[in-house]
Write a protein that binds this ligand. Structure first.
Ligand code: DGL
Length: 271
């Protein structure tokens, strides 16, 4: 079991921010990354569709022999995590709880902002996760429907990025949040602009670090950390265009990706 890879999936390349953090914190672990780029974006889709996609992908990864799955996508985590955990017999971790935990630990005034896709914000998943940890915290959410697309197009710095991001952050600045959850895998790439607009006193929280820490905890508790001395293997799968994945993926992962394998999902999974 311990030599098997960790499965990580996302609607596209965004989850590579989480994969990169796992590689950093668990350098001996092998990884199998699945980017559902053909169906990106997930953020404008309904909960039932996202559940179906998540079940298809977790089934696929399980057949590939992963020892656990990280749903490294806020939209999919918010719609499908609980159901997937109940259905599959391998550990499954989402990114909502790790982000909520990091924010509750970071805030001083207990006013927490959340930015994410329409699917993530409408699900109320962050509100629930934060209130489970601190029922008295005040949560202020803002959906940013087109922001992930802008990031994919490379709009991450400069005046245009500041204008788009600034519009979304207005209500959160007025609400006086001291902590802001970047509740979408793409937003860490906008950290500089978001940080400038929110001001230096607002802490920006992304799930990646905390999620990687929880992966380590899960594998340690189960005795499933990889013990082999050989180098770990990293495989990258994509349902869409491989060259686009390669080009964008390097930016999100922060390191070279040598090869991407194109895959298609055949199996419909009954919910
Ligand atoms: N991975 C998605 C998320 O975190 C990125 C955005 C999208 O697919 O719409 O919500």
């Amino acid at each position: 079991m311990d030599g098997k890879p960790i499965g990580v999936f996302d609607s596209g390349v965004g989850g590579l921010t989480v994969a990169g953090e796992i590689m950093k914190q668990l350098p001996d672990e092998s990884l199998l990354y699945f980017g559902d780029t053909a169906r990106f974006p997930y953020g404008s889709r309904g909960a039932d569709e996202l559940k179906r996609f998540a079940f298809e992908i977790v089934s696929f990864l399980q057949c590939e022999g992963v020892k656990m799955v990280v749903i490294a996508c806020n939209s999919a985590s918010s719609a499908a995590l609980t159901l997937a955990q109940a259905h599959f017999d391998i550990p499954i971790l989402g990114v909502i709880e790790p982000g909520a935990r990091a924010a509750v630990q970071a805030t001083r005034n207990r006013r927490i902002g959340v930015v994410g896709t329409q699917a993530t914000i409408s699900s109320g998943a962050y509100d629930r996760a934060i209130h489970t940890l601190d029922a008295g915290a005040k949560v202020f959410s803002q959906a940013c429907p087109d922001l992930a697309d802008f990031v994919e197009r490379g709009v991450v710095t400069g005046e245009k990025a500041r204008r788009i991001v600034g519009r979304y952050l207005e209500s959160l600045i007025s609400a006086g949040v001291d902590t802001l959850i970047l509740g979408c895998t793409h937003y860490p790439l906008l950290s500089e602009v978001i940080g400038e607009i929110m001001g230096k006193d607002v802490r920006l929280v992304s799930s990646a670090e905390e999620a990687a820490r929880e992966v380590r905890e899960i594998l340690t508790c189960r005795g499933h950390l990889r013990k082999e001395k050989s180098s770990p293997t990293y495989r990258f799968l994509s349902t869409g265009d491989e060259s686009k994945f390669l080009r964008l993926g390097r930016r999100f992962l922060g390191r070279e990706i040598k090869r991407v394998e194109k895959v298609s999902l055949g199996t419909e999974v009954a919910l």
